[in-house]
Design a binder for this molecule. Structure first.
Ligand code: GMT
Length: 376
């Protein structure tokens, strides 16, 4: 198949999933074309069957806001026409789904081959952005105008159906990890660079947006560090990074916390950790949690979110109500203070996700879905 993929190229779950999917599809022999405003994060090495088409925005004094959506739609149509795309797969509904719709209208004008449009919903495109009154109608329209719609969890599919009062089915295709790269005790594990013998390493990866509750991460860590020698490794950056730094200083934890910023190869670092914290307000799936589990790291996350489809409560982590930082710290200490239990949870972490979320399995589900949509 010839597949176009559009995603946000910056660090973030939807871009990572789109990029890794494109790489896996290309490795399976499909021709993959990325269309975005920059080379996607993690698409940092050359690969056969994989091409990138950059979208430019035009500056003009009248444009207070450069019309990226229009240039993106035009580029999608150009790539679809030139390379005869079978499928145009857009990740994150806003604004990519409506751009794909526009591209299809442009192609119809020229009597060209029309690719099937598949929209993958990732989470905040629905729960925060798409549901905002200013975006609601256009998001609903663009979902309904897609030839196929997938969501990264049942939780998100149900939320979307209810929120937008949809009748069309949404196919649940969970996120995945590359089982060749994400492994426990990775060969390049750098634990000694972060902690001394006898210290625990607690990790958190996110884009530091308010929805991630970074302050809760620090609060949980402070409670852990009071009881056991430990360090906190923070990977990623975003609007709440400054807030996090201030809180860390205020709590006198500067010598206990390591900031690494954005990292494209988290699989080299995560296997060094003992525990991963993801106390988000909202999480449609929690790719960061999956990648930690795949590296053999148990996760503490929030109940009532898509994380329930990723974490097996009391087996490879704990699910607790949002904001309950003292319960989360207690759960963490129940593992860190019990070496046998910690070893068991680490083992379960890798083993349980390997059964359900390996790329081998999930990428085939996308291929099958493309075939179904192409078959009408
Ligand atoms: O987590 C974010 O805010 C980024 C966002 C994105 O689209 O980049 O992540 C969402 O998509 C990820 C990939 O499917 C999911 O694993 C995350 O759970 C989801 N984030 C939220 O729902 C908050």
């Amino acid at each position: 198949m010839v597949i176009g993929i559009t995603c946000y190229p910056v660090a973030g779950g939807s871009g990572v999933v789109a990029t890794e999917l494109g790489q896996q599809l290309a490795a399976r022999g499909h021709e993959v074309h990325f269309v975005s405003y920059a080379l996607p994060f993690r698409l940092d090495t050359y690969q056969a069957n994989l091409m990138y088409h950059g979208v430019e925005t035009t500056a003009y004094p009248l444009f207070k806001f450069p019309p990226y959506t229009l240039t993106l739609a035009a580029k999608m149509a150009e790539v679809a026409r030139n390379f005869k795309l079978d499928v145009l797969h857009v990740h994150y509904a806003v604004p990519h789904a409506i751009c794909a719709y526009l591209a299809r209208q442009l192609l119809a004008e020229g009597n060209g081959k029309n690719p099937k449009i598949i929209t993958t919903l990732h989470g905040t495109d629905i729960t925060l952005v798409g549901s905002d009154p200013s975006f609601y109608d256009i998001t609903r329209f663009s979902i309904m105008a897609s030839d196929g719609v997938t969501a990264v969890s049942k939780y998100l599919a149900d939320e979307t159906t209810e929120m937008f009062k949809l009748e069309q089915p949404i196919r649940v295709i969970h996120n995945f990890f590359d089982e060749k790269r994400f492994q426990p005790h990775g060969t390049q594990c750098c634990r000694k660079e972060f902690v001394q013998d006898g210290e625990f390493l607690i990790a958190h990866v996110s884009n530091f947006r308010p929805v991630k509750r970074t302050i809760d991460v620090i609060d949980i860590f402070e409670r852990i560090a009071r009881e056991v020698p430990s360090k906190l490794l923070l990977i990623g950056e975003g609007p709440d990074t400054i807030l996090a730094r201030r809180q860390i200083s205020k709590k006198g934890l500067n010598d206990r916390v390591i900031f690494l910023g954005n990292q494209s190869r988290v699989e080299v670092i995560l296997p060094c950790a003992d525990l991963f914290l993801l106390p988000s307000e909202e999480e449609s799936f929690g790719l960061a949690a999956l990648e930690a589990l795949a590296c053999g790291v148990p996760v503490i996350g929030t109940a009532g979110t898509g994380l329930v489809e990723v974490i097996d409560d009391f087996q490879n982590g704990f699910l607790l109500p949002v904001g309950e930082t003292s319960s989360m710290a207690r759960a963490a200490l129940s593992l860190l203070n019990d070496p046998d239990r910690l070893v068991q949870f680490k083992k379960n972490a890798f083993e349980l996700v390997r059964k359900r979320f390996v790329s081998e399995k999930i990428v085939s589900q996308y291929e099958q879905y493309y075939e179904e949509v192409l078959g009408g």
